[in-house]
Design a protein around this ligand. Structure first.
Ligand code: C5P
Length: 241
């Protein structure tokens, strides 16, 4: 039996606890929502449950198709066990359509399909506001070697292929998303963190209704209603067709 031990870290969306097993962490998803590097904050009841449920479903799906990741098992509505990894301080962003900061930076219209999937790296550093990095910047900062960057890109593209199809079957368009990776106890690169409507842009296939954190960022309505739709379509309550 895995036992929850001391609190190791409290982030914006999760609490991380040690366990009685050396390489296993106990994650508790919180009901807090933040955006714009923590400038906008709110407590949204039910958000932690939905992100834990959705992340568990998506990481299990990725496991089932052979994409290794840190997820071990869901413990409760808001808790899960994961393998301990040392997180690489890079946000790997995968984009299929123009949205968010890409629309702003390049002056392109939101919703434009990208001819080729775009992968970007951002530096996980709150003080610097998570800046966009070139691969040469990653080398200067010694965050990853070029071989490791190649592994991150290949893995991100594989995840994109699987998740794009999976969401498509649920009438959801995967616009973009962010992944994080870490080194496990054997030094192997493992997909980690979460994959949820907090970290993805998800639009209804027919109406383009936003079913992700943009609902909170842009005050578009009720966040948990949107996340609940994603959970249900992924099979949470009723199977998608
Ligand atoms: O804001 P931007 O357009 O760069 O975000 C791209 C994708 O990465 C979005 O799906 C967003 O939710 C996700 N993201 C994230 N955490 C961040 C920055 C972006 O999950 N710190």
């Amino acid at each position: 039996m895995v036992k929850k031990m001391e609190l190791l870290y409290e982030g914006k969306a999760k609490k991380v606890y040690a366990t009685n097993q050396e390489n296993v962490l106990w994650i508790q998803y919180k009901d807090s929502a933040t955006a714009f590097n923590g400038e906008k904050k709110a407590t949204i009841s039910g958000k932690g449950r939905l992100n834990n449920e959705i992340t568990s479903l998506l990481f299990s799906k990725l496991h089932s198709v052979g994409i290794d990741n840190h997820f071990i098992e869901k413990l409760s509505e808001t808790e899960q066990l994961v393998k301990k990894v040392t997180i690489i301080p890079l946000e790997v962003v995968v984009r299929n359509y123009v949205a968010g900061s890409l629309a702003k930076r390049l002056g392109l219209s939101e919703g434009t399909r990208l001819e080729k999937t775009l992968i970007e790296f951002y530096y996980k550093n709150d003080d610097l506001g998570d800046p966009l990095l070139l691969e040469d910047h990653i080398a200067i900062l010694k965050l990853a070697t070029s071989e490791q960057i190649a592994i991150l890109k290949e893995s991100a593209l594989k995840v994109n292929e699987i998740l794009t199809q999976h969401f498509q079957a649920c009438h959801v368009r995967l616009i973009d998303f962010k992944l994080e990776f870490g080194f496990d106890s054997e030094g192997k690169i493992l997909l980690a963190d979460e994959i949820s409507p907090d970290t993805c842009r998800l639009w209804d296939m027919d109406t383009n209704e936003k079913l992700d954190k943009d609902v909170f960022r842009r005050d578009l309505g009720n966040l948990t209603d949107a996340y609940e739709i994603i959970f249900q379509r992924l099979g949470g309550r009723s199977e998608c067709t």
